[in-house]
Design a protein around this ligand. Structure first.
Ligand SMILES: *Cc1c(COP(=O)(O)O)cnc(C)c1O
Length: 464
């Protein structure tokens, strides 16, 4: 029999798949189904042509396509309850914004605004000027600017300072790090056109190592903060001050990629190590520092460059800056987050409006236990109990920053726990990502917002 005759008709496939029970309530646009159905039929046709493989039965084709579409639909971005206890979870969108800040993003995003007009003089204005001024004030830097993310900030600093005849960048082998998701500092550096000059060894780099590597072609000395791992034992590296002095002596700028971007003393907010702040790094004399907007700063995805005014101004004139700049909504979120910090310097309760800082300051006994007990009472299921656990900063920040937390716990064996975790993740209306630890599925309450306790209660009743 001619195998082409077994190819389904696209229209019939679309109709059948649209009605498939597994896609009920998924609201998948018809055109998306159409396109996927066409690709399916095209794939089956190619299989006949290339491998002379007859297509499967029509109902199998329908079921397979429905399954694919259902997986695709699950990838639609939606709110997720974070029960992992990882505050800055890159897979869960890193830092959540304060609700009021998200509201201002909505307001600005849905209306015209003064993004680039000077409302006083009527002429063209500078994009993000207020946000930049607030950040510079917060960091106590001569100038600051905002880019698409910290990786973009690094690329811009490299392009501005290490180009042409002076494209050599000296960096310690102990700092050639991978941040995550394939972001490797050496690769970023090379993509920017800089020439990497590695010095020292993984565990030890001396000032002389840097000094010996300086040539007339050196454009920058770069320090990369080891934000997601630590090196211990037989280690040594020059202090930032020593590196700065070396740079000054040879008239070479010194730049630090700080990544994590704490704006407050983390050790004062919680019982965790001190994470260097941009302010501290600049005080040590580096010319420029870059930090992430959505790590410890607690803002949207963005990068902040702060430091010498002439260099920041030069970076903003780079043609590449245009490609890596932020839009009105991100600039609004950065502006409002920076303002919240500035107000928080006078009134600490304002700062607690930033979810990240509030979570960092969580206390198990006074904040989490009463909430956990209330949820257990409301669900009233004997399988549930409260267990002490450990929350983490995460997101490539502070590998050692762990602090005590409390979780709703469900016991079980390995396979049961995996199935349980999957059923919470796949919950149709409120996906919840938890963690499996020590024979239990845990919902860490530190990263669940108090106003989400009600949802957690509903899900638990639903699934147990
Ligand atoms: C996270 C991190 C980056 C990347 O930041 P993004 O904002 O995600 O681009 C760069 N450098 C360091 C040291 C980091 O920790």
């Amino acid at each position: 029999m001619n195998p082409y005759r077994l190819l389904p008709k696209v229209d019939k496939l679309i109709d059948e798949v649209s009605e498939h029970p597994s896609l009920a309530n998924q609201e998948i646009p018809r055109l998306l189904i159409t396109q996927q159905a066409r690709q399916t039929v095209e794939g089956l046709r190619r299989a006949i042509e290339e491998k002379e493989e007859a297509p499967p039965e029509f109902k199998t084709i329908v079921a397979d396509l429905a399954e694919e579409l259902s997986l695709l639909a699950a990838s639609r971005i939606r709110p997720v309850l974070n029960g992992t206890g990882v505050l800055i979870h890159t897979n869960l969108g890193r830092s959540p914004l304060a609700a009021e800040i998200a509201d201002s993003v909505r307001t600005i995003g849905s209306q015209y605004n003064n993004l680039e007009i000077d409302l006083v003089g009527g002429a063209r204005g500078k994009r993000g000027r207020y946000a930049e001024a607030c950040l510079a004030a917060l960091i106590d830097a001569p100038a600051a600017t905002i880019t698409n993310n910290c990786a973009a900030a690094l690329i811009l600093m490299l392009r501005h300072l290490a180009n042409g005849e002076n494209n050599e960048v000296i960096i310690s082998r102990g700092e050639l790090v991978e941040i995550g998701g394939g972001f490797r500092v050496p690769e970023i550096m090379e993509a920017s056109g800089a020439k990497l000059v590695e010095v020292g060894a993984t565990n030890k780099t001396s000032l002389e190592d840097y000094e010996r590597a300086i040539t007339p072609r050196t454009g920058m000395l770069l320090k990369v903060h080891r934000s997601n791992f630590t090196i211990e034992g037989f280690t040594d590296e020059p202090s930032t001050e020593e590196l700065v002095a070396l740079g000054k002596e040879h008239n070479i700028p010194v730049v630090e990629d700080l990544g994590s971007g704490a704006m407050v003393a983390t050790d004062e907010v919680a019982d965790i190590p001190h994470e260097p702040t941009a302010t501290e790094v600049l005080k040590r004399g580096v010319d420029l520092v870059c930090v992430s907007g959505d790590k410890l700063f607690g803002g949207p995805q963005a990068g902040i460059i702060a430091g010498r005014a002439d260099l920041v101004a030069g970076i903003k004139k780079e043609p590449f800056f245009r490609a890596l700049r932020c839009d009105k909504m991100i600039l609004t979120a950065m502006q409002e987050t920076a303002i919240t910090y500035l107000q928080g310097l006078e009134d600490e309760s304002v700062r607690a409006g930033l979810p990240l800082l509030r979570m960092l300051a969580t206390d198990v006994e006074s904040d989490l236990r009463p909430r956990g007990e209330a949820i257990l009472r409301a669900v009233d299921n004997s399988r549930l109990n409260l267990r002490e656990c450990t929350a983490r900063c995460g997101g490539g920040t502070m590998p050692k920053a762990e602090f005590p937390s409390l979780a709703i716990a469900l016991g079980g064996n390995g396979a049961e726990l995996e199935a349980l975790a999957a059923s919470f993740r796949h919950h149709p209306t409120q996906p919840l990502v938890g963690k499996i630890h020590d024979g239990h599925f845990l919902i860490d309450l530190c990263t669940i917002f108090p106003e989400q306790d009600e949802s957690v209660t509903v899900i638990l009743k639903d699934l147990l």
